[in-house]
Design a protein around this ligand. Sequence first.
Ligand code: GFB
Length: 325
Amino acid sequence: MTVAHDFSPGELNREATFYVAGHRGLVGSAIVRRLESAGFENIVGRTSAELDLKNRDAVLGFFAELKPRYVVLAAAKVGGIMANSTYPVDFLSDNIRIQVNVLDASRQVDVERLLFLGSSCIYPKFAEQPIREESLLTGHLEPTNDAYAIAKIAGILHVQSVRRQYGLPWISAMPTNLYGPNDNFSPAGSHVLPALIRRYDEAVASGAASVVNWGSGSPRREFLHADDMADACLHLLEHFDGPDQVNVGSGTDVTIREIAETVASVVGYTGETEWDTTKPDGTPQKLLDVSKLARAGWTSKIPLSEGLERTVAWYRDHIGSLREK
Ligand code: GFB
């Protein structure tokens, strides 16, 4: 029988078992770094080879043995605009299965505090900007990522339902477009920032006279460093409670053309940039309203310029050992 837990703001117990699902990914690895620096002593992660989160029996068995007190669900099938629109079945099916398994298993062992992570693409394509949490389910989704968005919306509902039916104080956060170390830099699968870093850096190395980016360059996106995201996650776990998702962003956006120019200048590329308008633009603008997060006591600390410099340095240190998918 599930035992309801009350939430009271304050430090989580540093000795309790803390399971980070997706601990090697962009967000999960940043959360592990943040938890380590905050003094957590029992952080647990499993690679997908060690524990396939799509395998229900394996996940239930793992939780029954580990009995974590805290969980962050940062494991997901993720990708950029092209991967999302090419493999919608994978984005829907894998994510729903991962979420249902981890959330059911967490409930069976009464996880005291759980943070579910989604994405800003859950909001309608033409949501009023900046996008408030209340815009959820008020309009049609962006078709290139509707399958992924529906899976993440199901996760929010799952967390709300557990709160209602079982009284566990679990929460959800929706990050804007994230970037940083351990990202996917593969040209076909990646999000725009890692794609641009790799493309411009390779152009510098090869002496290419021009590069070709996707789309028109006019969409606007907001970028947040994964270390900022991880800091926000711990803050929310310790200080926030409520059924509705919380937006996590930097509060400012730029056009894709502007971010391309910035990346070119950081890596030292001086050639031409062309735009392939046969590739999709996606949502015209995605800027989150972060006032709820600010009221909860957190704002972004890593400026885009600094975060970019750090990410380019990380990328250059890891060429040769990058994920290729
Ligand atoms: O980061 P991105 O793939 O994701 O693309 P979304 C953002 C914008 O960058 C689009 C343009 O307008 C792209 O056309 N872009 C330019 C490029 N060059 C490139 C390139 O080389 N690679 C990529 N990937 N884009 C995703 C969603 O949407 O964002 C997911 O599909 C998720 O569901 C994620 O929500 C955060 O912001 O458009």
